[in-house]
Design a binder for this molecule. Structure first.
Ligand SMILES: [Zn+2]
Length: 430
């Protein structure tokens, strides 16, 4: 394929969308469309309350210096930016030190910024004035009014697991893949490219194979929600299987872009199933797994560009999203469809919480995308008050999960889940 190949041009345009995916994560090409109506916007013109301090959130961190730190830490990925209206957010340095004391790893976090309720003319916030939106979410959960939480997750929840980014020149993995002269990085997940040149994918798979990485605090938070009977479903774009490794029941998981859990022969007339164990053994021995019946390639059930999403995704989403009473979106840039548009599938009054390093998925139209500042509110509550239902936490997913767990009174349980896992692992049980 030459540089002037229009197909390459098109795929290059999709590169940015692909960057929101997990290390080694893929997307569905046919469905992967930039979301025109949903984009980050400057909300600084909204009349809102200034920063408020309270007992939970320390305003002493200078938002300007925080912004500089954030920019330095994330030079490899432009997705990590700081909003222009940083003054609308408070920062928590308290949770940093708490976490350090608890000896848990929460990665190169940028300070959390909790979006305060914004008072817009004629709109009553669903979140109580004077407390942060995150506190309001915690209050809803504690009050028992929330029982069916749906989570949508992306690369951000696995960042701190230390999975190498094959697109980053800083990693050995990148150097390993350089020799294959991929026409563009994500070609590694193109089904057409894979049919002709399977080796780069298997090299990548060897490095990323599940079993080598430890779930993050975010994964254990999801597990905790499941244990409390509050998790309706966890939709993940990640293919790292860390949800399963964390011990979340497979019934609670939808791997929207597939996973390494099973593998199949790619010849559609054959499609013979192969176990993860066999495929892993082949890959670890640097062998290309081929079907015993037809000699075609055997590929883990990861959704490649040009392939459809797993049927489980489509089978469950309607019921899950229509019955959901709280949506938590974590660590995704919401740039890949159809996953991104799922945020609009919950009922119009259902609260939605975004935890991410930048504002994403925002709307310029009513009832489409997030509306953190209550600009396009149409829904009213039973008293006729217009409802502002979107909450935002900017920062590291793990740190935000610890903070939310703390607000719920579950912080010790959350940290215990992680330490129990680590203890088991040390004993060779995990
Ligand atoms: Zn076959």
């Amino acid at each position: 394929m030459g540089e002037d190949d229009p197909a390459i041009d098109e795929l290059t345009k999709q590169l940015e969308a692909a960057l929101c995916l997990a290390q080694g994560q893929n997307k569905n090409t046919a469905a992967a469309q930039p979301v025109d109506e949903i984009r980050v916007e400057d909300t600084s013109k909204i009349d809102g309350k200034g920063p408020q301090s309270n007992t939970h959130f320390d305003d002493s961190v200078d938002p300007v210096s925080s912004a500089v730190v954030a920019g330095e830490k994330n030079d490899a990925e432009s997705v990590y930016s700081v909003p222009d209206n940083a003054s609308e957010f408070s920062s928590s340095s308290e949770s940093d030190s708490d976490a350090a004391q608890e000896n848990i790893y929460i990665g190169p976090a940028i300070p959390l910024r909790i979006h305060k309720p914004v008072i817009v003319d004629g709109v009553d916030s669903a979140f109580e004035n004077g407390i942060s939106t995150l506190e309001a979410i915690a209050k809803m959960i504690k009050s028992g009014s929330v029982k069916k939480i749906v989570i949508m997750a992306g690369a951000g929840i696995s960042t701190d697991a230390g999975i190498p980014d094959f697109r980053s020149p800083k990693t050995g993995l990148y150097a390993n893949l350089q020799k294959y002269k991929l026409p563009y990085p994500e070609a590694i997940f193109s089904i057409d490219y894979f049919r002709r040149y399977p080796k780069p994918f298997y090299v990548l798979a060897k490095e990323l194979y599940p079993g080598q990485f430890i779930p993050t605090t975010s994964h254990f938070f999801v597990k905790l929600l499941a244990q409390k009977g509050l998790l309706k479903r966890h939709y993940t774009q990640n293919i790292d299987c860390l949800e399963r490794v964390a011990g979340i029941d497979s019934e609670h998981i939808v791997e929207a872009h597939g996973s390494f859990h099973m593998a199949h022969c790619i010849k559609s007339s054959c499609n013979k199933e192969y176990s993860q164990g066999w495929v892993k053994e082949m890959i670890m021995q640097d062998k290309i797994p081929r079907c015993a019946s037809c000699k075609s390639l055997v590929k883990p059930d990861i959704t490649f560009f040009g392939e459809g999403l797993p049927s489980r995704f489509f089978n469950l989403l309607e019921d899950d999203f229509s019955s959901c009473d709280l949506l938590i979106v974590m660590g995704t840039s919401l740039l890949v469809q159809p996953f991104a548009s799922l945020i609009n599938e919950v009922k119009a009054h259902v609260p939605r919480l975004l935890i991410n390093r930048m504002r994403v998925g925002e709307t310029k139209k009513p009832n489409l995308g997030f509306d953190f500042d209550g600009k396009y509110v149409l829904e009213t509550d039973s008293s006729g008050h217009r409802l502002h239902r979107d909450a935002l936490v900017l920062g590291d997913c793990d740190e935000a999960c610890v903070l939310l767990a703390d607000l719920l009174g579950w912080k010790d349980e959350l940290l215990e889940l992680r330490s129990a896992f680590m203890a088991d692992r040390k004993l060779g049980r995990k």
